[in-house]
Design a protein around this ligand. Structure first.
Ligand code: NIG
Ligand code: FE
Length: 420
């Protein structure tokens, strides 16, 4: 008999996300899952559970509803202060935000020094002023929303500090987040978000390469850089990520979000774990990403709120065989949402992604981009005991319910989470 300290029973449909019998979602009708010490120990049909598993611990009755692995969000910016709601409305008043009215900087994403006027610089200045405890409280609120919506693992970036001391503060907040919430946090250093106001580009790139990257080694699993005209050039990106790679960081890129460029090529060249956004990636770049095994992390929320953003080349990604993941891209400027299921809806409605693509994109493929293939984003012996009960009968209904939350029970590490 297998010993378990948690069992989830009566899953009308259990989506394991481990392909079986030609089904990529690994659906088990009338399924059950058993776990011990935070890891799955048995997955199968409910009818076979009692013969296989001895439970001493918690029993969760899914009541015939759909059970999925905890969702994995591979691109979030949860450590910041203040709101950019004013940007949200200002953006809507500009017909094409990439061509702002004379005398105004682009509103979104706006790295161009509008200071208190909005954009990333506003978030940077409010985040720099905020004390670590306030930032931790804010980040915890985001974590609770993620958990409430069924997300149990997040990749979480810095990027609103933009100097050694301030980025250190944000990494410390990320390191403390697991003390105040059970969500799993994979920290990413995004000092190369934009060049901060008042600092020369060369000086800032040198500070990242010579000071920040060595100082944060071991504290951030990944290093990210935004390679696009408003942020960093291809040469700067190569220098920053090349050094990060030498120091042992995994790599991620914000690439070709605003304009065509070398970002996706660099991701492939350096063997990055992910290239993100990718609205302007080309077929050749898609092929390079596929060859190099770089996961395309798509951000439908940011695409949705920035009017005029083209769709990423989904057909090219499919043709080239690129692994696609879906992220909320939670951030104060372009995607103020922790709901990965809403991002899935957007990816289906606006880009024509299939059920299978968005389901795997928010679980297995997202985990793959974080180096957690087979550990998170799936339910199989040895994987994390992270699961969500959705109040739906079939996975199709997850993207189909728009703007409402159907996640009713979230389990992380074998324990049911309760909203504070
Ligand atoms: O992922 N692309 C750049 N960074 C963010 C936006 C951050 C912000 O506007 O504060 C993104 O969309
Ligand atoms: Fe981002």
């Amino acid at each position: 008999m297998i010993q378990a300290d948690l069992v989830v029973r009566r899953a009308g449909l259990l989506c394991t996300m481990v392909a079986r019998d030609g089904d990529p979602l690994g659906r088990v009708r009338d399924g059950a899952v058993a776990a011990r010490d935070g890891r799955v120990v048995w997955v199968g049909r409910d009818a076979d559970l009692e013969a296989a598993v001895k439970l001493e611990g918690d029993l969760i009755d899914a009541g015939g509803r759909c059970v999925l692995p905890g969702l994995v969000d591979p691109h979030t910016h949860p450590v910041f202060a203040g709101s950019r709601a004013a940007d949200f409305f200002e953006r809507l008043s500009i017909p094409n935000p990439s061509v702002p009215p004379a005398g105004r900087d682009p509103v979104v994403p706006s790295p161009l020094g509008r200071g208190r006027g909005g954009g990333i610089p506003l978030t940077v200045s409010l985040t720099r002023e905020a004390d670590p405890q306030t930032l931790l409280t804010n980040a915890r609120k985001h974590a609770n929303q993620f958990l409430a919506h069924g997300t149990t693992t997040i990749e979480a970036k810095t990027g609103y500090g933009l100097d050694l001391e301030q980025e250190d503060k944000l990494l410390t907040v990320l390191a403390k987040l697991p003390n105040v919430t059970p969500i799993r946090v994979i920290p990413t250093f995004l000092g190369a978000h934009v060049v901060p106001a008042g600092v020369r580009r060369e000086q800032y790139v040198a500070a990242i390469v010579d000071q920040m990257l060595p100082a944060f080694r071991g504290r951030a699993r990944f290093c990210d850089a935004w390679c696009d005209p408003p942020a960093f050039t291809a040469a700067e990106t190569r220098r920053i990520l090349g050094r990060a790679k030498e120091l042992g960081y995994g790599l991620r890129l914000h690439a070709a979000q605003i304009a065509p460029g070398e970002g996706p090529t660099i991701a492939a060249e350096l063997g990055a774990a992910s290239a993100d956004h990718l609205e302007h990636a080309t077929l050749d770049q898609a092929r390079a990403l596929a060859r190099a095994g770089v996961v395309a992390v798509l951000c439908p929320g940011a695409n949705f709120t920035v009017p005029g953003s083209p769709s990423p080349p989904i057909a090219e990604f499919r043709k080239a065989g690129v692994t696609m993941a879906i992220a909320s891209d939670l951030n104060p400027g372009t995607s103020s949402s922790e709901s990965l299921t809403f991002a899935m809806t957007l990816a289906c409605v606006r880009w024509g992604m299939t059920l299978e693509e968005v389901m795997l994109g928010a679980t297995r493929h997202a985990a793959h981009s974080l180096g957690l293939k087979g550990v998170a984003g799936c339910l199989a012996p040895g994987s994390y005991a992270d699961a969500v009960v959705f109040d739906v009968e079939a996975p199709e209904e997850i993207p189909y319910h728009v703007g409402v939350n159907r996640a009713v029970v979230t389990i992380v590490g074998g324990r049911a989470w309760t909203a504070p």
